[in-house]
Ligand binder design. Structure first.
Ligand code: ZN
Length: 347
């Protein structure tokens, strides 16, 4: 295997979400299978090899997610189809506040319970694809456990907005958290560094009261950007996990200089935490031309970030999170991967 083996499961392309809604206007979901095609081109451009994804035991998935949530993902689409007048995808139209409320039996109520927003429609092939996304993250994790210094998982759907019991923001199963939980089998402490433009709220929630998994996220300020309700600097973890979460929100539109300065702060804190291994939740949507327009990182900025993260010299599992279709998506992944393996950028 190369210095940086890459993994992709082509059947994840069967997940092709349609529904999304922004400011009351339904529109086409942005988490398209075309993303994977563009990211695969980025792997090829970096001169790296894509390996097939074997089945995995997914034990860590059952530690990270609740049984009833996994059941909902598995059976929810078929149950939805039996409901009178149901649309082609499960989309929640209820927003339970949960505290003091009772878990419902019916599929409409359960959809509201397990889906935080309209960005994560559950289609016929979603659960099978999400499981293969988990397998992809675990294949990269296994490569690192067997001695690769780093491995890259092209996961679709992404995972970092999904918490133990909830889908959200294009995410169903938290691939990064499952990779970290698996790495805990070999290491007393693990860190997750999330550089997606959106705060990794699901990941933070999963490990919020744990000290053994240090969670760090650099993202656009959630006071007026998804995921809105988490991602603020004052969230530092709770209980045993107090001090094991670091949020570095940046003003909307921040560019390379501020982003890389935040990254240096993150890396210093990760060094202090002394983890045995690292998961990089790699969103490429911090780019200046990403449709979400949260930050303004440049293509060379991703290479520089990769160089600095790789300099931690930790066994590292790089898990694809967001990053949406633009002319730059391919070269942004290529830039990051080339930066990681120390290949010079084409001038
Ligand atoms: Zn994102």
């Amino acid at each position: 295997m190369s210095d940086l083996p890459c993994f992709y499961a082509p059947e994840t392309a069967d997940h092709d979400p349609q529904f999304w809604m922004l400011r009351g206007v339904p529109s086409r979901n942005k988490e398209t299978a075309e993303r994977a095609e563009r990211l695969l081109a980025g792997i090829a451009d970096a001169g790296l090899t894509v390996h097939p994804v074997p089945p995995t035991d997914r034990a860590a998935m059952h530690e990270v997610h609740t049984a009833r949530y996994l059941e909902f993902l598995r059976d929810g689409w078929a149950e939805w189809q039996k409901a009178p007048g149901a649309g082609p995808e499960v989309v929640a139209n209820l927003h339970p506040q949960k505290v003091g409320q009772t878990y419902p039996e019916g599929i409409t109520g359960r959809a509201g319970w397990h889906m935080a927003d309209t960005g994560c429609p559950l289609g016929q092939h979603t659960y099978a694809a999400a499981l293969r996304g988990v397998d992809t993250a675990l294949a990269a994790t296994e490569a690192v456990r067997k001695g690769a210094r780093a491995a890259y998982a092209l996961c679709r759907p992404p995972g970092h907005h999904a918490d133990a019991d909830t889908a959200a923001g294009h995410c169903f199963l938290n691939n990064s958290a499952i990779a970290a939980q698996t790495l805990r089998g070999d290491h007393d402490r693990v860190a997750i560094l999330d550089i997606d433009v959106h705060h990794g709220n699901g990941t933070q929630a999963i490990f919020h009261d744990r000290a053994d998994v240090f969670t760090v996220s650099i993202h656009a300020d959630p006071s007026n950007f998804y995921p809105f309700y988490l991602g603020h600097a004052h969230e530092v973890g709770q209980g045993a996990g107090k001090g094991a979460n670091l949020n570095l929100p940046l003003p909307i539109g921040s560019g390379d200089e501020d982003w890389l300065a935040a990254l240096d702060r993150a890396l210093a804190r990760i060094r202090d935490h002394a983890p045995g291994a690292l998961v990089v939740a790699l969103g490429l949507d911090a780019h200046e031309n990403d449709p979400f327009k949260g930050l303004a990182v440049t293509t060379p900025g991703f290479a520089e970030a990769a160089r600095r993260i790789a300099a931690l010299n930790l066994p590292s599992v790089i898990v694809q999170e967001g990053g949406y279709v633009s002319e730059d998506l391919t070269r942004n992944l290529s830039s990051f991967l080339r930066g990681w393996i120390g290949v010079r950028q084409p001038v």
